[in-house]
Design a protein around this ligand. Sequence first.
Ligand SMILES: Nc1ncnc2c1ncn2[C@@H]1O[C@H](COP(=O)(O)OP(=O)(O)OP(=O)(O)O)[C@@H](O)[C@H]1O
Length: 747
Amino acid sequence: MEKPSSFSGLLRTKSDQLVEAVMAAMKSPAASESAEAGGGSVGGTLSRKPSKSLLAAGSPGRGATGGSSKNTHIRKSRSAQMKVELDEVSNGAALSRASSASLGFSYSFTGFTIAPDDIADSRPFSDDDIPEDLEAGTRKKTIQAEPTLPIYLKFTEVTYKVILKGVTSTVEKDILNGISGSVNPGEVLALMGPSGSGKTTLLSLLGGRLRETNTGGSITYNDQPYSKFLKSRIGFVTQDDVLFPHLTVKETLTYAALLRLPKTLTKEEKEKRAIDVICELGLERCQETMIGGSFVRGVSGGERKRVCIGNEIIINPSLLFLDEPTSGLDSTTALRIVEILQDIAEAGKTVVTTIHQPSSRLFHKFDKLILLGKGSLLYFGKASEAMVYFSSIGCSPLIAMNPAEFLLDLANGNINDVSVPSELEDKVGHSETETRSGKPSPAVVHEYLVEAYETRVADIEKKKLMVPIPIDEELKSKVCNSKREWGASWWEQFSILFWRGLKERRHDYFSWLRITQVLTTAVILGLLWWKSDTNSPKDIQNQAGLLFFISVFWGFFPVFTAIFTFPQERAMLSKERAADMYRLSAYFVARSTSDLPLDLLLPVLFLLVVYFMAGLRKSAGPFFLSMVTVFLCIVAAQGLGLAIGATLMDLKRATTLGSVTVMTFMLAGGYFVKKVPVFISWLRYLSFNYHTYKLLLKVQYEHLTHSVDGMKIDGGLTEVGALLAMVVGYRFLAYLSLRRMKLQNGA
Ligand SMILES: Nc1ncnc2c1ncn2[C@@H]1O[C@H](COP(=O)(O)OP(=O)(O)OP(=O)(O)O)[C@@H](O)[C@H]1O
């Protein structure tokens, strides 16, 4: 084919041809079929590569179906005739091709107007959006070209309910009521339905992310139940973009590659894979840009979504689940994302996606469709046959509308612009609104649609699900393998997570605010205790106040910084653990040590200022021992913060408990209360302030006295032992709490 002078030039030429083809289609039913067939090739030229659904829509088989349903309608009424034309639009896809080719201009003929939604959806790709090499056809599309284990997903009579506990009673709520369907390698299944209809719940169940006792029915992968093996074969893009805001696009994908790709690949090969995914998703221009978040400006919403998809497709998954990948994106970006999904499916993967309100262009790109309404199945089958099915049960749009909009209206029970069969019209109730509108209530429409699907289609579809999948037993049994395959050894995981943690928090790391805060406190303390001496017991007591403050200061801050560690990363941890990216122990050790360098640098600066300004014991030994004591206090206090955060996983509750604990430990630290009742005196042994204070007293005054202000100065080993036990014990508690969280999530 002759190369057009520009991409938009090509589109304009083809759109003119399409307008003619569509006009011919509108004039005669027979001509509509030939127009469709002709349109197929045009549509193929329009998309960046021949789209499966467009080509399929142009096939004689599908055209014939659209034609026969149309003839039935023509015999009915004038409004039915209108419907016929609309059916032709949606089923034959000729007009949808025309609308996508019309590229933003509206046209009206024979009383038919392209729906405004379609026009809005028909914005052209800008030439800038098309990478030059791709446009010229020199770049080979490589998305996920490597073969993977094909996975056939089948689900029968899937149910899910939640138990809602009220103050006085417990209520069971059905979220899904017997959903059945299937999707094969090479296909994209779209889950559609109004908000709250159960799309996310169904997707989570299919993706193995929701495995609770209150589920029913069967979900099989190559006719086998879910196994741990699948965790590393499934990509799951969640509705919310869970990414580290301070990593760049390239860093995000590189760390994902290093952690998730199999050990058989070298580090260089994994890094190259990340670059390939960047190119394949068209993220080259923003690869060095930070992801960004609520407070940091970063990549755009569409780019962020593509990074999320990249994070999952980097492992070349056999099954890819996406929860509303196009929400909040403009129609052109949404189209690009759906085209990427098509590419992935065409490479032999199985793709399931929820979608809120796709434009007509997007709708025609899905192979299969599930329409849910209030947790019940209203339609499962080929997306291209959805309109035919609803026509067959007497529901068709009365005005031109995007098929997805029509289906969502139906699923919502809104039949304002929909012709309905007489049996449904007869069910108009006596309520004021129903009498006024002359339409049955949404609940009645819902009931009718559920019943229609149950009686006309469900059994046929269920029988199809009984047919064994066409792959050999060896491949089927692979899915049953419950052995986990880690992408990296424990040490590699630790080191990758450690460096990732450092990079993510690099902006915090040398935060001048923190350094200024610590130095200012040190200077104020130095001035208040300026050149203090130890000539008398009273002077020693005065100086001891400074030592107690140091033990409180370095016990307080680490608790409150560590409390945030796990609750803040909860979503990321759940997501990555669900994908078996690393061992929890590797993450835990990396995360709890990656902040240590700065946490230990700040007290050095602090002590250098305070120690010499306040005139503490001037020799190297006491200085370094004081430093080690403060280090021990910090690491023990951090342990407590980690344990509280990991146990509660809720910042509000954790900070409340943290402040009560820190205050109690400070009071039991031995400075304020001298005569503690015996029954509560054990509390001081739990206080890191108490042990730190005793050690600091020992370091400063053991050569002068045996006790300071009633505190006995002794060997110090007990205090060191107690602090070390806290360092390990609190961390162990934090680790166990994280494990428990994992079990609760079923990940
Ligand atoms: N754990 C739960 N407790 C109570 N209700 C729940 C729970 N999980 C889901 N639901 C309810 O189940 C219904 C379906 O939720 P789901 O998130 O699957 O809907 P959705 O179709 O994905 O909605 P949206 O399009 O708005 O994301 C909603 O009414 C939701 O409130």
